[in-house]
Design a protein around this ligand. Structure first.
Ligand code: HEM
Length: 186
């Protein structure tokens, strides 16, 4: 299935390629443990839905895509991760934004310039003046996410991503990473 960037009159730019449902079962997760790390193979479904335009202060126009990601550990089919949010494109400023929340008490607003129309590359950091991470008091104290970076590449019906969360947990710094390759199924 091929996509153009104009969908029902709205120009989604680099986000158009995301719209649909994707599945992948070759995910690799490295996550923190008190005595080191755990490695998880995972499968996931990500659904992206076009939601149209928003304008801000009559000066900024955004095209938005809503998504939901559901991740299951391969070895025991346990729910491993659940995430929901938006990708937004600001055509005039050639900017993408990625806002999302995970049910640990962590919200992220990441952003980045579009350099390649087939690649979404955004980051955020705790205390950053532009792209921030917001966390519950508990998470800030015990399991803080200091930096976040994701790079997604879409080629036709194949989507690859890699993300890195720099954490401070169990009295040390930890690089929590995830990557997967997904195929468009709808
Ligand atoms: C594919 C996506 C992800 C997977 C599969 C995943 C998986 C995991 C796993 C297995 C743990 C270990 C603790 C547990 O078993 O619950 C963990 C911990 C954690 N994750 Fe993720 N994660 C993902 C994405 C994220 C993202 C996007 C963030 C933040 C922006 C994040 C932040 C954290 C934090 C702060 C912890 C420490 C909490 C703890 O271990 O008690 N994760 N994650």
């Amino acid at each position: 299935m091929s996509k153009t960037s104009i969908i029902e009159g709205v120009d989604y730019g680099p986000l158009a390629a995301l719209i649909g449902q994707w599945r992948g079962d070759k995910g690799t997760d490295i996550a923190p443990e008190p005595d080191g790390e755990e490695n998880n193979g995972y499968s996931e479904i990500i659904t992206f839905e076009a939601i149209g335009n928003t304008s801000n202060a009559e000066a900024q126009d955004l095209a938005g895509v809503l998504y939901h990601q559901v991740v299951t550990r391969s070895r025991d089919k346990k729910a491993l991760h659940n995430q929901t949010g938006y990708w937004m494109w600001d055509k005039e400023n050639n900017l993408v934004m990625h806002s999302f929340t995970i049910p640990r008490g962590v919200c992220v607003l990441a952003g980045g310039e579009v350099v390649d129309p087939n690649v979404l590359d955004v980051q955020a950091a705790m205390g950053d003046k532009e792209w921030e991470i917001i966390q519950s008091p508990f998470m800030k104290k015990k399991a803080r996410t200091v930096q976040y970076h994701i790079k997604i590449s879409v080629k036709g019906d194949t989507l690859n991503y890699k993300q890195t969360m720099n954490l401070e947990i169990y009295g040390k710094q930890f690089e929590h990473t995830d990557n997967n390759a997904l195929i468009r199924v709808k």
